[in-house]
Design a protein around this ligand. Sequence first.
Ligand SMILES: Nc1ncnc2c1ncn2[C@@H]1O[C@H](COP(=O)(O)OP(=O)(O)O)[C@@H](O)[C@H]1O
Ligand SMILES: [Mg+2]
Length: 382
Amino acid sequence: MNTKEKEKYIEEFDFPHCDESTKYEKVAKIGQGTFGEVFKAKEKNSNKKFVAMKKVLMDNEKEGFPITALREIKILQLLKHENVVNLIEICRTRAAQYNRYRSTFYLVFDFCEHDLAGLLSNVNVKFSLGEIKKVMQQLLNGLYYIHSNKILHRDMKAANVLITKNGILKLADFGLARAFSANKNGQVNRYTNRVVTLWYRPPELLLGDRNYGPPVDLWGAGCIMAEMWTRSPIMQGNTEQQQLTLISQLCGSVTTEVWPGVENLELFNKMELPKGQKRKVKERLKPYVKDPFACDLLDKLLILDPSKRYDSDSALNHDFFWTDPMPCDLSKMLAQHTQSMFEYLAPPRRPGHMRHPHHPVPGGPAKPSSSMADSGYQDRVF
Ligand SMILES: Nc1ncnc2c1ncn2[C@@H]1O[C@H](COP(=O)(O)OP(=O)(O)O)[C@@H](O)[C@H]1O
Ligand SMILES: [Mg+2]
């Protein structure tokens, strides 16, 4: 084939299961993650169905479809649950001269009106105790489902939790997710520990654990739960070391007494572990959280030793969800707000606030990130 023939072949190439993105009309940009842009769009043919389109960031130097996007798609195709974002399809732009014969691909999702970071950053959005219970119950149901399907999310944070106007919560952003397996006949896993946004990263990852599991997501669930009251992330470290220090100040010193086996983690002797810290989870969060059952559940999710940390099943059985006020529907409260709320569209919460603090880059450099150390924003200690 000569070049002209090749171009014609590419232009007319038929992808049987991959529609053209022209069937959607972009309405607004609603997200800018580390891995690409997200748009709200309307399906042209149907009556006003909205979708979210997440652009697949192409490895510029490399040929072919990025492996990380393939992994995300494979996982999303497996997961079908009310509390997990629904992937409708993958679509593409037509390869043509103007894009140098490279298609852009999009992941197309059912549109959700809000993300939790956007909701929490708006002071006019007030959650009652029953509504907070409903949020957490759905979040834990989602985690229970993905963990039962042997998938770890690995990027739990408020911006990755979507909420529809009907009050249905959806776990989103499976860009860092992976399948996991129980250690069979003594074989240990060697997963990367460069995952989870720093502020939501559990102590085992900060200490270099590479044989982790579902508890990493439950730590994030605990951080998000506290944030339902505090309205901003509870531990905002600038570096991995500082994050570990903040964790010790809230959850007590990391010792072999509270966490047998922690001494075997790769970074146990390399990181500085504050000594003599008392556990103060309940004491420190009580002024915000007030409800004693909520404080108790938080205390169980923010347990240092991952093997003792509550799993989603025990959390769902906690009295918090089974005492008055019972979990209650969010749609009435959300109906008072006619505007979508997303982290990307929210005004910065304070000077110097970074939207994506230390978003991990898989395969990125393994050095502790300290680029934010002098970005000049204050610590918030709850
Ligand atoms: N289905 C969706 N409906 C509405 N907003 C979405 C949807 N998916 C993603 N978003 C918005 O886009 C943001 C970025 O998408 P996400 O999947 O988290 O990608 P990234 O890996 O770039 O963080 C989310 O935080 C959310 O605000
Ligand atoms: Mg995200």
